[in-house]
Design a protein around this ligand. Structure first.
Ligand code: SF4
Length: 332
């Protein structure tokens, strides 16, 4: 692979889940990821943003190989994910670290920190106990957990939420990954530690030159974090641009609604969320025809938006938006 080739690429990616009644009667498919394309460069930090149920966590799990794509493919360093088996798959999992939303749920409750950090190293063939101990201590310092001896002997329930999430980040870093996928990494933490954890992730990403895919519902957290933003709605990417360009010149009405819904960061740095006006996101079992945002869109064009899917337009350089308003026949 050349230095300029993407580290990870998703092409026409679909992840659908069959829904059955009484265990056998097929009711339909939940189109959690429905035709997504993007490429992530080495060392790039991107954010996938959207409301709950827009498909961003299903996308994260598909990139991790936890869901098999229904259609399309994911390639990592030139290798297609669904073809990786056995050792090749294990190598992939070592190269992509995962930081989950719920740190307590992510940590086995019956293992102390030393054991739960030793385990991935043993699975991935680091046999020398001294080498494992050295790597564990180095990574605990990297996630700013001081008093390492004390931390190593603790069980997850003895740690604060912020400490638990630092352990999850340490575990993701242990195997020297090229990429981290962080799925809502601060949404279950106290407001007081969210900014600390976000800053920690950002610093580690920059120092290690990692590719970072940050999944969040909260556009207010991404300006100092991401190089590029992908806005997702109903299983699709509807707008994408470099971070300042997208936040300063949002083009898609859904992104404009998300931005309008962000509360200011208050004095405690607590990040609050308001509902996006115009009702709930659509069912992914039966998404609306035309533009999927049209039932909620204040700018919907009757006879067009409710009938025809908008293609991708580039209303500004490097800025893409799937919206009929950019079609010169409708004016912007
Ligand atoms: Fe709104 Fe139409 Fe644009 Fe969809 S295509 S976001 S309904 S204006």
């Amino acid at each position: 692979m050349t230095a300029g080739s993407p580290l990870l690429q998703a092409s026409n990616l679909h992840t659908w889940f069959e829904l059955r009644q009484w265990g056998f009667l097929r009711v339909g498919s939940v189109r959690a990821v429905d035709g997504v394309n993007f490429a992530l460069a080495r060392g790039e930090s991107v954010a996938f943003v959207g409301e709950s149920g827009c498909g961003k966590s299903s996308l994260a799990r598909t990139l991790l190989g936890l869901h098999r794509p229904t259609r399309g493919e994911v390639t990592f360093d030139g290798e297609e994910l669904s073809t990786l088996k056995g050792k090749a798959r294990q190598r992939y999992l070592a190269r992509v670290g995962y930081v989950q939303q719920d740190p307590f749920g992510a940590l086995p409750p019956f293992m102390d920190v030393r054991r739960l950090l030793n385990e991935p190293l043993i699975i991935h063939g680091v046999r020398d106990p001294a080498a494992r101990e050295e790597r564990i201590r180095r990574v605990l310092e990297e996630v700013r957990l001081t008093r390492v001896d004390e931390i190593l002997s603790k069980f997850p329930h003895m740690l604060s939420g912020g400490q638990q999430q630092r352990i999850v980040i340490a575990r993701a870093l242990l195997l020297e990954p090229a990429m981290i996928i962080a799925d809502e990494p601060v949404s279950m933490l106290d407001a007081s530690v969210r900014v600390e954890i976000l800053n920690l992730l950002r610093n580690i990403q920059r120092e290690r030159e990692l590719t970072l895919a940050f999944i969040t519902h909260d556009l207010s957290t991404v300006r100092h974090f991401a190089d590029r933003i992908f806005v997702m709605y109903a299983g699709r990417i509807v707008e994408q641009a470099p971070v300042d360009e997208l936040l300063d010149h949002p083009q898609h009405p859904y992104t404009q609604s998300l931005l309008a819904a962000i509360a200011d960061v208050d004095a405690d740095n607590a990040l609050e969320e308001r509902d996006v006006p115009g009702g709930e996101p659509p069912s992914l079992l039966n998404p609306p025809p035309g533009c999927r945002f049209h039932p909620r869109c204040p700018k919907a064009i009757a006879g067009t938006c409710d009938v025809r899917e908008p293609p991708r337009f580039a209303p500004r350089e490097g800025h893409y938006s799937d919206c009929w308003l950019h079609d010169e026949r409708h004016g912007s």
